[in-house]
Design a protein around this ligand. Structure first.
Ligand SMILES: *Cc1c(COP(=O)(O)O)cnc(C)c1O
Length: 355
């Protein structure tokens, strides 16, 4: 009855261990929908991996992971003098490592919590958050003015969030690390995202005085897709003759076949993407022009039935989707499972089964 993620447990755990072994200092990223697995499950898995720190996306995510993982909790959203960052329970606050990207926030955080632990984020070509090169020097000055000396345990390092351009980061990272050295921060730790293994190896050699902490989500949790299977359940099957009426909008079937009702709808994140590309728009217009029909059946669904992706009969509903199965295709039975292609980071599964 569900949209289900089935995980081949042995294979998944083998992959997780291999990633951890290949990335000393690994910081698993446990954020959002928990990459489809759920934050609670990934927090426990990270504890099992034996890492000392995990990264969450937001302050709001902390409570769900904090009871399942008892190490340090890096928050990737930068600290600001408003919102959930100011509402941390003291016991939780002691385990948090804040991300700070503006001088005024560094002052504000230390004013509120002189014992706060933090990383200073350096703005990268992503231009999401972080200090400029002069900003980083200003932050270093502020810390010295507040009595921080080299090796102060509150300053946990510098963070670099790099774009997804695989294998092209090194010139930028070298430049940013020069800024870190020039700022005289005296911290040896650099938290990085989206560097390839080869880039990490190269940096470990070229900057042996730094320790790099790779923050990895997708390549860790979703890195072995063969360990993961997503299925929906066939909930109903109706014979359709040409001209039959169906659906919320009383559409008419353009041809005979079967109408399948499968689990998984908008509430799960199914089919939220609109049909892409000019081609599909044009073909849809063509369908309308040719038969005076509405745009029935031109949007491909992520559900695979009898070996082929099938068309939506109409836009997905909250908890279910209606599909068109043409004449000649093998008709599944109620209760059968069909495969579904999903974006894991945008899907809410009803069930996650780890075998
Ligand atoms: C989400 C995020 C990551 C992890 O990204 P993946 O592509 O899932 O590995 C790393 N660093 C930062 C700052 C992030 O926001």
């Amino acid at each position: 009855m569900s949209l289900t993620l089935t995980v081949d447990g042995d294979r998944w755990r083998t992959h997780l261990r291999a990633v951890a072994a290949a990335h000393p200092g690994l910081v698993p990223v446990v954020k959002g929908n928990g990459y489809g697995f759920g934050l609670h499950r990934l927090a426990r898995r990270a504890a099992w991996l034996g890492v000392d720190t995990i990264a969450v996306g937001t302050y709001e995510e902390l409570p769900e992971v904090a009871t399942r993982f008892d190490g340090d909790l890096l928050v990737l959203t930068p600290w600001r003098p408003f919102g959930a960052a100011l509402e941390l329970e003291p016991a939780l606050a002691r385990r948090v490592v804040h991300t700070v990207g503006r001088t005024e926030d560094l002052a504000g955080l230390l004013d509120r919590d002189p014992d706060a632990r933090f990383v200073l984020e350096r703005l990268t070509s992503m231009r999401r958050h972080g200090f400029s090169a002069p900003g980083l020097r200003e932050a270093a000055d502020l810390l010295r003015a507040r009595g921080f000396s080299e090796g102060d345990r509150r300053l946990r390092g510098v963070a670099l969030h790099l774009p997804l351009t695989r294998g092209e980061h090194l010139p930028e990272v070298h430049r940013l690390l020069d800024n870190v050295v020039a700022a005289g921060l005296g911290t040896p730790t650099v938290w990085v995202s989206h560097l390839t293994d080869a880039e990490l190896v190269s940096l470990a050699t070229s900057h042996a005085d730094f320790g790099f902490r790779p923050r990895i989500g997708t390549a860790l949790w979703l890195g072995d897709r063969g360990a993961l299977r997503v299925t929906a359940t066939v909930l109903d099957v109706h014979r359709l003759a040409r001209g039959d009426v169906y659906g919320y909008r009383a559409r008419h079937a353009a041809r005979g076949g079967h109408l399948l009702v499968v689990s998984g709808g908008t509430a799960h994140g199914i089919g939220l993407e609109s049909p892409t590309g000019e081609g599909s728009l044009r073909s849809r217009a063509g369908t309308v022009a040719r038969g005076g029909l509405d745009a029935v059946g031109v949007v491909r669904s992520p559900f695979t039935v009898d070996g082929k992706p099938r068309l939506f009969a109409e836009p997905p509903h909250m908890q279910a989707s209606m599909l068109l199965l043409p004449e000649g295709a093998a008709v599944p039975a109620v209760g059968d499972e069909v495969d579904v292609r999903v974006r894991f980071t945008a899907t809410q599964f009803d069930r996650v089964v780890v075998t």
